[in-house]
Design a protein around this ligand. Structure first.
Ligand code: BDR
Ligand code: CA
Length: 318
């Protein structure tokens, strides 16, 4: 049976492909897509989710907008990485998929309680919506099978030397999630930096011969340009689909058990995920932490999902 999941995202180039992976892979049942402020403001990330669903032919999955700012601090977006729109690169048609008139947290709450089995949450963005859910509806914790998130790192950060963007954008929310008692799997930069969209990968998307394959190639080409300029990466890392891949096939993303705490006060380290890989301290294990990726199989799965979705949106030949 496919695993029921909800993606909470801030599209975002890699979020866009995470949505496609979740919608196009038969191992998961995508119940809903919720949006949050992160890579861009909430209006833009929500518009982008609608754009992605429109071009990918995902018309049967509700989209709900959530929190427009982090729990405590001001929002700081990643325009330098994802552009002014949050999804710069391709030209998108006017979206035909709309949002539902419900706050993301209410939609997740309703879905968790309406589904016959516990649901897996896959946050690929700041954890504001998820923290609010756990705070407003603490009893919902028992309805969540697992939270498999993209965020943090066992090593260095990407927005500061110590902190990764999703955690740094809302450290208080991340702290709530890691201390919630819900099983958490953390797919951090140490693993997502193995999912590099090389020219060969981009060529595979182009080679699909579908508008959606071309769209993915254009997204990755823009993403490559900012990663090259900002950080000197030879190829851009496709962070967010790694979390989806972990749910699709746990063997794709190798994990170890560890204690993870979020640094809230460090003058230079706020937002860092402190991961006790060597069991140096006596804090209890509260997370599975991704440490390795089956890269080739990951890309095969990603391409297969876009192939399946692309078959729903036949190429307009002209
Ligand atoms: C994370 O930050 C965002 O820019 C990406 O979408 C990803 O979720 C990587 O640090
Ligand atoms: Ca994201």
């Amino acid at each position: 049976m496919p695993v029921p999941i909800i993606i909470d995202c801030d599209p975002g180039h890699d979020d866009a492909l995470a949505i496609m992976l979740a919608a196009g892979d038969p191992a998961v049942d995508l119940l809903a897509i919720t949006t949050v402020a992160g890579n861009q403001t909430l209006d833009k990330t929500t518009l982008n989710a609608r754009r992605v669903c429109t071009v990918a032919g995902i018309t049967d999955v509700p989209i709900a907008a959530g929190c427009g700012r982090p729990l405590v601090q001001a929002l700081s977006v990643a325009e330098d990485v994802h552009g002014v729109s949050g999804l710069d690169g391709p030209m998108f048609p006017e979206p035909t998929v709309d949002v539902v008139p419900e706050h993301a947290v209410d939609l997740i709450h309703r879905m968790l309680n309406g589904h016959p089995e516990p649901v897996t949450l896959v946050p690929t963005a700041p954890l504001t919506n998820i923290a609010l859910l756990l705070t407003r509806f603490p009893q919902d914790a028992s309805r969540i099978r697992e939270i498999v998130l993209m965020g943090g790192s066992t090593e260095r950060g990407n927005r500061t030397p110590a902190a990764e963007f999703n955690i740094l954008t809302d450290p208080e929310a991340a702290d709530i999630v890691f201390r919630s008692g819900v099983p958490v799997t953390m797919c951090g930069l140490n693993v997502t930096h193995q999912a590099l969209a090389t020219p060969e990968v981009v060529a595979r998307f182009e080679g699909l011969g579908t508008p959606l394959g071309d769209m993915c190639a254009e997204l990755l080409t823009f993403f490559a340009s900012t990663y090259r300029t900002l950080w000197g990466f030879p190829h851009p890392p496709l962070h967010d689909p790694v979390a989806v891949a972990r749910v699709i096939d746990p063997g794709l993303v190798h994990c170890v058990d560890a204690n993870v705490v979020v640094e809230l006060h460090g003058r230079y380290t706020r937002g860092a995920t402190v991961v006790d890989l060597l069991r140096d301290v006596d804090r209890p294990v509260n997370a599975r932490v991704a440490v390795g990726l089956e890269t080739d199989r990951f890309w095969d799965r990603m391409i297969a999902a876009v192939t399946a979705l692309g078959a729903r949106t036949p190429r307009e030949r002209g």
